[in-house]
Ligand binder design. Structure first.
Ligand SMILES: *[C@@H]1O[C@H](CO)[C@@H](O)[C@H](O)[C@H]1NC(C)=O
Ligand SMILES: *[C@@H]1O[C@H](CO)[C@@H](O)[C@H](O)[C@H]1NC(C)=O
Ligand SMILES: *[C@@H]1O[C@H](CO)[C@@H](O)[C@H](O)[C@H]1NC(C)=O
Ligand SMILES: *[C@@H]1O[C@H](CO)[C@@H](O)[C@H](O)[C@H]1NC(C)=O
Ligand SMILES: *[C@@H]1O[C@H](CO)[C@@H](O)[C@H](O)[C@H]1NC(C)=O
Ligand SMILES: *[C@@H]1O[C@H](CO)[C@@H](O)[C@H](O)[C@H]1NC(C)=O
Ligand SMILES: *[C@@H]1O[C@H](CO)[C@@H](O)[C@H](O)[C@H]1NC(C)=O
Length: 487
């Protein structure tokens, strides 16, 4: 059941195209009585540490079936002294099966990570393969083999339970166009299409998703100009209370295996509605500001993708030819808000013919044409740390220049951002031209190649395709559940 051995074609034959965003709620009725024998963890931290500990023991000693006391560390300590004892006592519980599956996944990822370059041809770039047999390769990946193994293990095992509680419009739906597109598209994809990652039996889940939209909370609960986010916090607080009363899962881990997703700037504020959600659960946030409590060890940085009418602009659909000329050195146009843009505009607005910095684009000028005609695209934080410019720059193959403080970049546990972007300290903004001029032609070419490789990881497909942004987000959650860092 856990080690599903479906083949790839089976896995991907299930997608159905939905074109509208508002969808009906799938009702799932549950009998709470059958969960009564669930083990209570003493604390989520303990359980995580224990999982890690178990992985080590199991991979070192090939322990297969085990233990009368399910989470007894003592038993393992004894095993370390007597390596030959492998006893099978009764059948494994659901939780034990799940944990064993995860332990196997961790072990196989570690083995993949340990394989050296020699003897493997994976390092030869495989970026021209189509989606179905994509092999990550090249300098953009921290460790392409461990990522690939982790991704495959995710496809093989990962089970997400989506809570059915809550009504439209704030739950089970979200915006599917404009700047917070990713909220609605993720919820929609997970609830209605990503069947192979979803389970209707919560006792077989590795993680539990709370499908509310902070953007819709702002739309329906927030009083404009009040700057009062209390109604958002109340909604989140109520939601957690409902699921923690009705199901045993929240209490079991203090929310550590639960996740929420929000692209709205106020996602972090809304998540304060429940202290455990804020401090313990996996929060998937565009506003991944470490100064505002974002914790990269448990939280996930979500890319912000601006789709005006729900689709990528046709101009950005296919990359321009490799040798297309790019007359401008750098480009930015956007509102002056947040801590960094005023500095950028102060130094560069109307200052230079190579660094084009606008507050508003001159009438009749096309934003994307500027990106396509620039070598570097400046991506300063605004009201919040994330900027949709980063993904647009990736699509336009214009090297993103990240200008931000306290921002954890999306998928940075898998991707080496330095292989396809440039980070410039805010204090170096006055020297921006010097910094960009210092990038050699060779380095620039490599960065651009890197953009071509990572593009697939930032594309929103409908339905989702392997290795695209939906799957990368899910993979980030999977890694947090494994509680593992890729080499
Ligand atoms: C390991 O444990 C088993 C059963 O508890 C015992 O019979 C055996 O002698 C032990 N082996 C060693 C090497 O301690
Ligand atoms: C183990 O599970 C099998 C099939 O699920 C069942 O027939 C058997 O009685 C179970 N054994 C114990 C000890 O619970
Ligand atoms: C690697 O690729 C080369 C040719 O592309 C081939 O000759 C060699 O056998 C391959 N090595 C392995 C380990 O697959
Ligand atoms: C979870 O814990 C809360 C607070 O301790 C309690 O009120 C609630 O009944 C518990 N939920 C379940 C399903 O036992
Ligand atoms: C999170 O934990 C810290 C200390 O570990 C605590 O000070 C803080 O109040 C908690 N945050 C929330 C929102 O409860
Ligand atoms: C770009 O490359 C293509 C072939 O790849 C060639 O036909 C074209 O002339 C080149 N354009 C420039 C401006 O070098
Ligand atoms: C990040 O958080 C800090 C602390 O709240 C805040 O001062 C800063 O402005 C935030 N950064 C952005 C870009 O919003």
């Amino acid at each position: 059941m856990l080690d599903r051995e479906m083949d790839t074609s089976q896995r991907y034959s299930v997608s159905v195209l939905f074109t509208v965003c508002v969808v009906s709620i799938v009702g799932v009725s549950l009998l709470s009585g059958k969960f009564s024998d669930m083990v209570r963890f003493t604390s989520s931290l303990n359980s995580i540490q224990m999982n890690e500990f178990r992985t080590k023991v199991e991979s070192d000693y090939q322990v297969r079936a085990i233990r009368s006391d399910r989470y007894g560390v003592g038993l393992y300590s004894n095993k370390l002294k007597n390596q030959t004892v492998i006893r099978k006592i009764g059948n494994l519980s659901r939780e034990e099966e799940l944990e064993q599956g995860l332990a196997r996944a961790r072990a196989s990822i570690r083995i993949a990570a340990a394989v050296t370059n020699s003897g493997s041809n994976l390092s030869s770039a495989a970026t021209h393969n189509d989606y179905d047999d994509y092999f990550p390769a090249g300098a953009v990946y921290r460790n392409p083999r461990s990522f690939y193994q982790s991704y495959m293990e995710m496809e093989r095992r990962f089970n997400v339970y989506v809570y059915s509680e809550g009504d439209l419009p704030i739950t089970h739906d979200g915006p599917c166009k404009n700047i917070y597109t990713i909220e609605g598209r993720f919820i929609q994809e997970l609830e209605h299409r990503a069947k192979r990652f979803r389970t209707n039996d919560p006792s077989t889940a590795h993680v539990y998703f709370m499908p509310f939209s902070v953007t819709w909370m702002v739309k329906y609960l927030y009083k404009p100009l009040s700057y009062n986010v209390t109604p958002l916090r109340h909604f989140v607080s109520d939601y957690v209370r409902v699921v923690s009363l009705k199901y045993p899962f929240w209490n079991r881990t203090h929310g550590a295996d639960h996740f929420m997703l929000a692209c709205h700037d106020w996602g972090p504020h809304a998540s304060q509605g429940n202290p455990l959600l804020y401090n313990t659960s996996i929060r998937v946030l565009c506003n991944a500001n470490t100064s505002e409590g974002f914790n990269p060890r448990k939280d996930v940085s979500l890319p912000e993708i601006q789709l005006y009418d729900g689709n990528i602009s046709p101009k950005l659909l296919s990359p321009p030819p490799e040798n297309a000329s790019r007359p401008h050195l750098a480009f930015f146009a956007g509102g002056v808000h947040g801590p960094i843009r005023p500095i950028l505009l102060h130094h560069w607005k109307n200052q230079d013919n190579d660094i084009l910095v606008y507050e508003y684009l001159p009438k009749g000028q096309d934003y994307y044409s500027f990106m396509l005609n620039s070598k570097f695209c400046l991506c300063p934080s605004g009201h919040e740390v994330a900027s949709p410019r980063i993904v647009e720059a990736i699509y336009a193959e214009c090297i993103p220049v990240i200008l931000s403080d306290h921002y954890v970049l999306p998928f940075s546990d898998v991707l080496r951002w330095e292989a396809f972007s440039i980070q410039v300290e805010v204090s170096d903004i006055p020297r921006l031209k010097e910094v960009l001029r210092a990038v050699t032609e060779e380095k620039y070419r490599k960065l651009k190649q890197g953009l071509r490789v990572v593009r697939r990881h930032f594309v929103l497909n409908q339905p989702a395709k392997r290795f695209d942004v939906f799957h990368m987000i899910l993979h980030s959650v999977w890694l947090r559940r494994l509680n593992m860092k890729l080499g």
